[in-house]
Write a protein that binds this ligand. Structure first.
Ligand SMILES: Nc1ncnc2c1ncn2[C@@H]1O[C@H](COP(=O)(O)OP(=O)(O)O)[C@@H](O)[C@H]1O
Ligand SMILES: N[C@@H](CCC(=O)OP(=O)(O)O)C(=O)O
Length: 380
């Protein structure tokens, strides 16, 4: 992406994006009375997604709607559902929702893949790395990941509860540079326009100041669980991960096309890139549990921005699990940086100095080629 500080039109932002996450709320997708998905609207969205993909942009969808679809099919009453009813509704609705996506994308010969995530998956580093690798692989294979919260196993305490934040975590997880939250509203206004007709749309936010936060009302009960509050929480996660976020109107047909054609929206612009934000997170926040000692060839490769392969490793210190942070050092003890390692200490010791092609024979399973992938490395 170009420098986040430059003013850019939505069209340019989206066409210059590399990886975009689109969040679709229940109210846009599902007829609340019948529990059916709005098929025509979905088809228009599918066409927009295909157009974006044809411009070389990778697209991930985070879609709500499982509960809204499922509750009608199960004949559950209106109003607030009990947790177990909601979970039953989600289990019933999710299969129909996924099927609807599959059908609309099949018209364009796009393969849809369902990914259901919990809060724990985004917080536990091993599960996080697994989910990230799976999403990466799906995108490389040209599939369209359609993600929702795994509502049937997530209880109140361990739920995201709103897909705005889930979408922001997904954007962070897959290193997306752009997140679009399609909403029933044009963007962030100076106050809730439903209560204040003089409220003005804010086109751009560069900092989540107390003034901006004060503009968001309370989360609304009913269909969706979000409101502006959760959208600003999502903006905080996205901006911290170097990902630009838009709140844009999703109700009209072709919502993505409308956005690229200069339709109204609010852009939340980060001051960093996804790559820089991730490196900062790795080098700052996480305590290394061990060290990997590398040879002169590996030092050069790492300084050139490449991944660390087992072949360049001479020794392993400490005890750690896959996904933990380790220090990367030269033989004389000079600290080169930090990284998230793809193998446990025991397995790393077994494959150090060996070719990646030998990993399966040595360990009995086929792990990653890299001991530390370059995306997981912060070299000083
Ligand atoms: N400052 C604000 N600007 C815009 N909308 C606001 C604001 N404060 C509260 N809202 C309310 O938030 C709603 C959007 O949240 P929500 O309905 O949960 O979104 P969605 O279901 O589309 O994800 C708007 O319809 C609006 O009533
Ligand atoms: N996971 C839930 C969605 C929860 C949610 O965030 O809904 P919404 O506010 O409509 O995006 C479902 O699929 O019904």
């Amino acid at each position: 992406m170009t420098a986040a500080a430059e003013p850019l039109l939505s069209r340019d932002r989206l066409s210059q994006a590399r990886r975009v996450v689109l969040k679709i709320g229940s109210a846009l997708l599902v007829d609340q009375r019948t529990g059916h998905v709005h098929r025509q609207w979905m088809e228009s969205l599918a066409e927009d997604i295909v157009a974006l993909r044809q411009r070389g942009v990778e697209v991930v969808v985070v879609s709500s709607g499982a509960v809204a679809v499922g509750r009608r099919h199960l004949g559950l009453p209106d109003g607030v559902l009990k947790l177990e009813e909601k979970q039953a509704a989600a289990a019933t609705g999710q299969i129909r929702l996924a099927h609807a996506y599959q059908e609309v994308m099949a018209h364009h010969s796009v393969i849809v893949s369902q990914v259901l995530l919990t809060l724990g998956d985004s917080e536990d580093r091993r599960r996080y790395l697994n989910a990230r690798a799976t999403l990466d692989t799906l995108l490389k294979l040209g599939a369209l990941p359609v993600i929702n919260e795994n509502d049937t196993v997530a209880t109140t305490e361990i739920r995201f509860g709103d897909n705005d934040r889930l979408a922001a975590r997904v954007a962070m997880m897959c290193g997306a540079d752009t997140l679009v939250l399609f909403s029933d509203i044009d963007g962030l206004y100076t106050a809730d326009p439903k209560g204040d007709p003089t409220a003005r749309l804010i086109p751009e936010v560069r900092e989540l100041s107390p003034e901006i936060r004060a503009m968001a009302g309370e989360a609304r009960p009913g269909v969706g669980t979000g409101g502006m509050v959760t959208k600003l929480l999502a903006a905080q996660i996205a901006m911290g991960a170097g990902c630009a976020m838009a709140i844009a109107p999703g109700k009209p047909m072709h919502p993505l096309q409308a956005l690229t054609e200069g339709g109204p929206c609010t852009w939340f612009l980060p001051s960093t890139t996804p790559r820089a934000a991730r490196k900062k997170w790795i080098s700052g926040a996480i305590k290394p549990l061990g060290s990997v000692i590398v040879d002169a060839g590996a030092v050069k490769a790492l300084r050139d921005g490449r991944s660390l392969l087992p072949a360049g490793v001479t020794a392993i210190d400490g005890d750690f699990q896959r996904g933990d942070a380790v220090a990367v050092k030269t033989a004389d003890g000079t600290l080169l940086g930090k990284g998230l390692i793809a193998y446990s200490a025991e397995d790393a010791r077994a494959i150090r100095g060996r070719q990646s092609s030998e990993i399966e024979d040595i360990l009995g399973y086929r792990g990653r080629e890299e001991l530390i992938h370059r995306d997981d490395l912060a070299i000083d």
